[in-house]
Write a new protein. Structure first.
Length: 425
């Protein structure tokens, strides 16, 4: 069972920050000479917006200077000095330690005719629809397990994994969870000798250096690495289903400026101890008003990842309990509505407002909660927003009871709610 390893530097994460930009989930598919590429969920008003598709690549020529500086000889000519970079950098060591555990994940779907002319494999009816990344986190002589994104494998009729040595194997989908955008694959364990460890994402901090490893634009650029820092250890992003019809509420993500491109989805975000602290999943390319954005990528925290993949291994799916409520963050409520409907004490500035119930048999309604009650704690743990509430409740099981603390007007109450309802995704 995967475990979270302690990082070398234990630092306290920054205070939580909230991002109000809307996110939707839809893989980016690109055409090029070797098939169609997908990958990172590009977040904007419509995911994938702001990214131009094309049939080829435009390369910009750059010059790399390896040396201390240019020098001037006695005759006035410019010369190249001897390089002073020797050995491996820390980033190089981290990459070399993990590169064999990072794979490409190929989503193949049934094609009308099995012909090399339409991009499908010769002799069968499978066509490569999209490509992403993944990381091997558990091995045995008989099987190896890979974590990737749900949106990378969604809709696949067959999944192929391309290993570091370019060997291709067929993968079995163990389980997938749309809400957290995580999936687990199983491949034969023969010849698989490398796996990654998970670090504790609760102990990361703004400014710490990180690497993103994966296959940007697909297998043509497999095992690429980019470097950056943690821009925020805890950012709230809107979480919609791939068809945009289901809003799962805000989810907690790690924000980084390490370059994340189509194909990086499902690959690891790694600290300088060589531990996976997140699974890359989204990139913000522009705001809803059309302002272009650079250097804003997001990864699913490792602590969330470990919890979900262990449940997927055990059950093949995620079954979540539900309170049976429709809610909105208190921070989204206007001052007028707060004064007229909620009538809260001035000291209450965070929490979750009950806007309605799923049915007359809603567990929360049966426990005595009412519309406009404001939840501020669950099981004694403070909740500032829906993401906090989800983090607590979704770790529990159907049938468990919680103690919900809430305000009704200016009066603070506590009720026990038995979560008999199952969340339908």
């Amino acid at each position: 069972m995967p475990e979270i390893q302690e990082p070398e530097n234990n630092q306290t994460p920054d205070d939580k920050n909230k991002k109000n930009t809307n996110f939707t989930d839809e893989p980016e598919v690109k055409n090029h000479n070797f098939g169609r590429i997908v990958a990172t969920i590009f977040a904007s008003a419509v995911l994938g917006g702001g990214v131009a598709a094309g049939a080829g690549y435009i390369y910009t020529q750059t010059t790399n200077f390896i040396g201390r500086s240019t020098g001037v000889s006695g005759n006035g000519k410019t010369t190249v000095q001897a390089p002073i970079v020797t050995g491996n950098s820390n980033a190089t060591k981290v990459y070399n330690g993990l590169k064999q555990a990072v794979v490409s994940v190929v989503n193949q779907q049934q094609a009308g005719n099995g012909s090399p002319l339409n991009g499908s494999n010769s002799g069968n009816n499978f066509q490569t629809q999209s490509e992403g990344s993944g990381v091997i986190y558990r091995t045995s002589p008989t099987a190896a397990y890979i974590v990737t994104n749900h949106h990378v494998v969604a809709g696949a009729d067959r999944l192929r994994v391309v290993l570091y040595n370019n060997r291709q194997v067929t993968a079995h989908l163990v389980g997938s969870d749309a809400m957290t955008d995580l999936a687990v694959l199983r491949i034969p364990g023969s010849g698989i000798n490398s796996s990654a460890q998970f670090g504790n994402s609760n102990q990361i901090a703004t400014g710490q250096p990180v690497l993103a490893i994966g296959s940007p634009l697909g297998t043509d650029y497999a095992s690429s690495v980019t470097a950056g820092i943690i821009s925020s250890p805890r950012r709230l992003v809107s979480n919609l289903s791939s068809n945009g019809r289901t809003n799962y509420g805000d989810s907690v993500a790690i924000q980084t400026d390490a370059a994340i491109n189509p194909g990086n989805s499902g690959g690891p975000l790694v600290n300088m101890a060589g531990q996976v602290i997140g699974i890359n999943s989204q990139k913000l390319t522009q705001t809803t008003s059309g302002v272009a954005v650079e250097g804003m990528g997001f990864a699913i925290p490792s602590n969330t990842t470990v919890d979900i993949i262990n449940k997927l291994i055990k059950n093949g799916r995620i079954v979540r309990p539900a309170l049976g409520v429709e809610v909105v963050d208190l921070s989204e409520v206007s001052n007028e509505e707060r004064d007229s409907n909620l009538k809260l004490p001035n000291s209450v500035n965070n929490g979750v407002v009950i806007a309605g119930f799923s049915s007359s048999d809603s567990p929360a309604r049966k426990a005595g909660l009412k519309k406009y009650d404001v939840l501020v704690a669950v099981n004694g743990k403070k909740i500032d927003n829906l993401a906090d509430m989800r983090d607590i409740i979704y770790k529990l099981s159907v049938g468990d009871s919680i103690k919900a603390t809430f305000y009704r007007g200016s009066v603070r109450h506590t009720r026990t709610i038995k979560m008999t309802e199952i969340l339908h995704q």
